[in-house]
Design a protein around this ligand. Structure first.
Ligand code: ADP
Length: 171
């Protein structure tokens, strides 16, 4: 088959997005972001602005923590979005969504979203299996355990650990 675009030095920039609440970013998120950064040209981590959902950290704080944690990656940028993810993708020239899959329980909802996003705007979704070290890890569980004084070191980046301690001690 003739593939005329190949062999001409033509290169398509592969931009992907890792969307989520990141309240706060955990080592599970960080693992997925780092692996995506190794595979694609540009990775945008997009924090969902959801006024209806009660959160521990403001969107600004979540963005700040993500920036701090991912500063070592030259091809990762942090942004925020509200409304439809496919609209954010169109505005930013992003062709695919990266999602981490922890367990079968994640799959049903994620598949529905993936198919809807493709149906709406031909945005692809690529699933990455979680690092088994973090398959049990979620932001909500981390907050719950930290709230009861449990040890969450090793589950969130150091910078997040300090902020979580501060925030919970304010309560
Ligand atoms: P949401 O509010 O959509 O649940 P989160 O901020 O909790 O968002 O997570 C964002 C995305 O990060 C999830 O959809 C999932 O793809 C991925 N993720 C979260 N935790 C993990 C983990 N421990 N391992 C792999 N992927 C994860």
């Amino acid at each position: 088959m003739n593939l005329p675009e190949q062999g001409r030095g033509w290169h398509r920039v592969l931009r992907v997005v890792c969307p989520g609440s990141f309240d706060p970013v955990t080592n599970g998120h960080f693992d997925i972001i780092g692996r995506a950064a190794g595979l694609y040209d540009e990775v945008t981590v997009a924090v969902l602005i959801n006024e209806a959902k009660h959160s521990l950290f403001t969107v600004d704080e979540r963005v700040e923590m993500l920036r701090e944690v991912t500063s070592g990656y030259g091809n990762v940028r942090i942004d925020r979005f509200h409304g439809l993810l496919v609209d954010f993708c169109a505005t930013n020239g992003i062709t695919a969504v990266i999602k981490g899959l922890r367990a079968v329980s994640d799959f049903e909802y994620e598949m529905q979203m993936a198919q809807m996003n493709y149906r709406m705007a031909k945005v692809e979704t690529l699933f990455m299996t979680t690092n088994p070290l973090y398959s049990f890890l979620s932001s909500s569980l981390v907050k719950e355990i930290a709230g009861y004084g449990g040890d969450i070191s090793g589950l969130v980046p150091e910078a997040v650990l300090a902020r979580l301690r501060d925030r919970l001690s304010e309560k």
